[in-house]
Design a protein around this ligand. Structure first.
Ligand code: ATP
Ligand code: MG
Length: 328
């Protein structure tokens, strides 16, 4: 079986973008692949996190994975910091990555702009840790949103570089980017990505938002004065809502345009909100149930860490041997 690796960082509450861009596709792919789904807490601390909240969110993300339909019996679900090989491999790979490559990462540039003075070295190095995450598991496919494409290309470059310097060590992974949900946009500013670390809560829908909040946020979503439900770059707000509806219902944008011909934005928005509510409500109920059972969640991440440690350490040893370290 081919291998999948992906993860989400507990740097905020998960959004509809995380769900449609990542998790929903993992659910679809899980039967075909051997999958590792990680809560990447080491990545979260590249920006300041409140300790109690970080702990809470880490567990909640694990619950969301399971509640969304990822089968913990068939897949490896684990917490990144439980597998020390990620940090060790990241150090090694740091020595095969150039400053110039990292400074070209657009996500770093965007986040650094927002942070001003207090940019941690971790934020700069983040893509190297991500490369380590992926390469340790001999990953074939990385299902992520479009915003991660550049990081994945860097991971490929690092893998190829290492393989060429020594001998074939890493599988060179491919990105798997969903068609319609590749980049869910901010509801208040459809020129930027919906993000969990965004300040304005009206810009995003959280997986755990209540039906009332979802209706309110969708009805406030920025649109335009054209008044036609059309899939066009001239109408980025409407296009985004069509993408959301399409990713949930599997209707194509053309089918949605046809369905809403002659229909005003209010009705269209109401239907989009309802589709989101119908999709998320069962997941929310399951998440709440799972969070009541901490022992069960603990058993899942402990079992996951065992498997992940075994595979990751094997790759790490291979790296160490090729580099020229003495193995004990
Ligand atoms: P942050 O703002 O802290 O970076 P984030 O919402 O971007 O948070 P990540 O943990 O960085 O979340 O990303 C987790 C996964 O969700 C990645 O695969 C990423 O590509 C995907 N993703 C994030 N936002 C979106 C979005 N708006 N549309 C589609 N996919 C997304
Ligand atoms: Mg992100």
């Amino acid at each position: 079986k081919k291998v999948i690796f992906s993860g989400i960082k507990p740097s905020g509450d998960l959004t509809l973008g995380n769900y449609l861009g990542a998790i929903k596709n993992w659910v679809k792919l899980q039967d075909e692949y051997e999958s590792y789904f990680c809560v990447v807490d080491l990545h979260a601390i590249t920006v300041r996190q409140e300790p109690a909240l970080l702990r809470k969110r880490t567990l909640e993300i694990l619950a969301i994975y399971i509640a969304s339909g990822i089968d913990p019996e068939k897949n490896t679900l684990f917490i990144q910091s439980h597998v020390p090989a990620h940090c060790e491999a990241a150090w090694l790979l740091n020595c095969f990555t150039y400053m110039g490559e990292l400074s070209r990462m657009t996500q770093y540039k965007d986040k650094a702009k927002k942070l001003g003075e207090s940019i941690s070295a971790g934020l700069f190095n983040y893509p190297v840790l991500m490369a380590a995450d992926i390469l340790l598991y001999n990953t074939d496919l990385v299902p992520v949103g479009k915003d991660q494409k550049q990081h994945l290309e860097l991971a490929r470059d690092i893998a190829i570089r290492f393989n060429n310097l020594y001998s074939p060590t890493f599988k060179v992974p491919e990105a798997y980017i969903p068609e319609r949900a590749a980049k869910i946009m901010d509801l208040q500013d459809p020129s930027k990505k919906m993000s969990k670390s965004e300040d304005n809560p009206n810009g995003y829908i959280l997986i755990m938002d209540s039906p009332d909040v979802i209706r309110k946020k969708i009805s406030k979503a920025v649109t335009d004065t054209i008044g036609i439900v059309r899939y066009s770059d001239e109408q980025p707000g409407i296009k985004n809502l069509i993408n959301i509806l399409s990713a949930i219902t599997n209707l194509t944008p053309e089918e949605i345009e046809r369905k809403y011909q002659g229909c005003g934005y209010a009705q269209f928005k109401a239907d989009v909100a309802q589709a989101i509510i119908d999709e998320l409500t069962p997941i929310q109920n399951k998440v709440k149930e799972l969070l009541e059972d901490k022992l069960y969640l603990e058993s899942i991440y402990k079992k996951g860490a065992e498997k992940a440690n075994y595979i990751a350490n094997r790759t790490l040893r291979k790296m160490q041997r090729k580099i020229g370290f003495i193995l004990k």
